[in-house]
Design a protein around this ligand. Structure first.
Ligand SMILES: [Zn+2]
Length: 447
């Protein structure tokens, strides 16, 4: 039987402690200690059998290497198995406000103003909590095991959203590992108001972040943030250059400040859209500095497509996705992530790691070959987040896996795979998505 044979499987798989997943295809990049297994095709997929016991992978063998097996067997019939997703950059505090506060014109400024108005008028603890929990349920059902969110922290919102986040992090422990980052303008990052923000991050074991763009005193503020992060042992995560203006290149300043201070925490830079419109000589210089400073980059392709190069009655031409291939070629850690979900910065989205990968593969040509790009939504962000378990399918790895019917990438990326099975600790979870109607009571006045 296969895992989708629900008549037999729905009742039996959840109760099983020991079983085989046979004839599964796994990207070579996920195989860890078995990465020497030979791929059978140019998708770099390897056919394997996985023995699972007590929520752990016990053994990984080439498919059909023996037919003497006593344990129950589920035949994947060539379907792909992935580690659960790690979503490095989201905004679950903004999520799902679209029905009451859409973006009037789809632009970045339209998004900024709309969210600001909605936040000031309606972001009570109850409101933020309900929408955040909804997003987490979506992410979990799609197969996400860890997620980092930015939290709007312009005063007084930091006093509302951070305690809600901390409570949700406890409630979700064991299902989704959660991290949060402050997001507010870099101009606030200086002694005074900045100290209050740093105190909030320290009190809630968060990550320090801001939106960077050229301004008087930019380097000084960046230095202050790095010094605070260093003092309190915080990681850093910036929103960087989310524009197609080539004169906006704060990424270079971040790299310089991090290098000169010798800061040793993890520094993540999101978006970096303006890299996509630089001259070659500038690129060469900036990418060199980014590599030297050991920055990690996270790209948000779906949100970039939505906001970048948008003008009324004009077809977008420049798409704003940063230079994923060139960054990765320099040894820089590159991740992809969801970003916003049904809010004025991105009107769509459902916290689905497979959708992120599918769209990114098409937009940024993460194919021919796909190679190890599946790491960009799994193992690379897991390393950036400092998660205990890498996203590997090897002996002793936890069975936090997503089983897809899709075999090669042509099948996998052509359909949304909504019949996927998500295993957590070796057991299938309920993959039913929450109903938007649950949020209707929060949308009153804007519907
Ligand atoms: Zn963002």
């Amino acid at each position: 039987m296969n895992p989708w044979d629900t008549a037999e499987n729905a009742a039996s798989l959840p109760d099983l402690d020991v079983y085989w997943l046979e004839n599964a295809q796994v990207s070579k990049c996920f195989l860890g200690q078995n990465s020497g297994f030979k791929p059978e095709n140019d998708d770099d997929l390897v056919a394997v059998d996985l023995l699972i016991a007590s929520g752990r992978v016990v053994r990984v063998e080439p498919a059909a290497s023996t037919d003497e097996r006593l344990e129950p067997i589920f035949d994947m019939e060539g379907g792909q198995v992935w580690p659960c997703f790690v979503d490095l950059h989201t905004h679950i505090d903004k999520g799902h406000i679209w029905p009451r506060k859409p973006n009037p014109d789809g632009t970045f400024m339209g998004a900024l103003e709309s969210v600001g108005q909605d936040r000031e008028a309606r972001w009570t603890a109850e409101d933020v909590r309900a929408r955040m929990d909804f997003s987490l349920r979506c992410a979990y059902a799609h197969g996400t095991r860890a997620l980092r969110t930015h939290l709007d922290s312009s005063p007084p919102q930091h006093t509302i959203s951070w305690p809600v986040f901390a409570a949700l992090r406890d409630e979700w422990a064991g299902r989704i590992d959660l991290q949060a980052v402050t997001i507010l303008g870099l101009e606030m990052m200086q002694p005074g108001i900045g100290d209050e923000i740093v105190d909030t991050v320290v009190a809630h074991q968060g990550i320090l972040g801001a939106v960077t763009y050229p301004q008087d005193g930019m380097e000084e503020r960046l230095r202050w943030m790095v010094a605070m992060a260093d003092r309190y042992g915080l990681d850093l995560d910036f929103h960087v250059d989310e524009t197609l203006d080539p004169d906006v290149l704060s990424l270079e300043a971040i790299a310089e400040v991090v290098s000169e201070t010798g800061y040793s925490g993890t520094v993540t830079c999101g978006h970096c859209c303006s890299l996509s419109v630089q001259e070659e000589a500038t690129l060469d210089r900036v990418l060199g500095k980014v590599a030297k400073a050991n920055l990690s980059i996270v790209s948000l392709p779906m949100c970039n497509l939505y906001l970048q190069d948008r003008a009324a009655d004009r077809t977008p031409r420049r798409r704003g996705v940063t230079l994923l291939h060139e960054l990765k070629a320099r040894g820089i850690r590159v991740s992809i992530a969801s970003d916003n979900t049904r809010d004025p910065f991105y009107g769509y989205g459902d916290m689905d790691g497979l959708e992120v990968f599918t769209q990114a593969a098409r937009i940024a040509h993460l194919d021919r070959p796909i190679g190890d790009w599946p790491l960009s939504i799994t193992d690379t962000p897991a390393a950036v987040m400092g998660l205990e378990a890498p996203a590997r399918i090897e002996a002793n790895a936890p069975v936090d896996l997503v089983l897809f019917k899709g075999r090669g990438f042509s099948e996998l990326l052509s359909r949304p795979q909504k019949d996927r099975i998500v295993l957590r600790d070796g057991k299938p979870i309920d993959t039913t998505l929450p109903d938007y109607r649950e949020l209707d009571h929060l949308m009153e006045g804007g519907l």
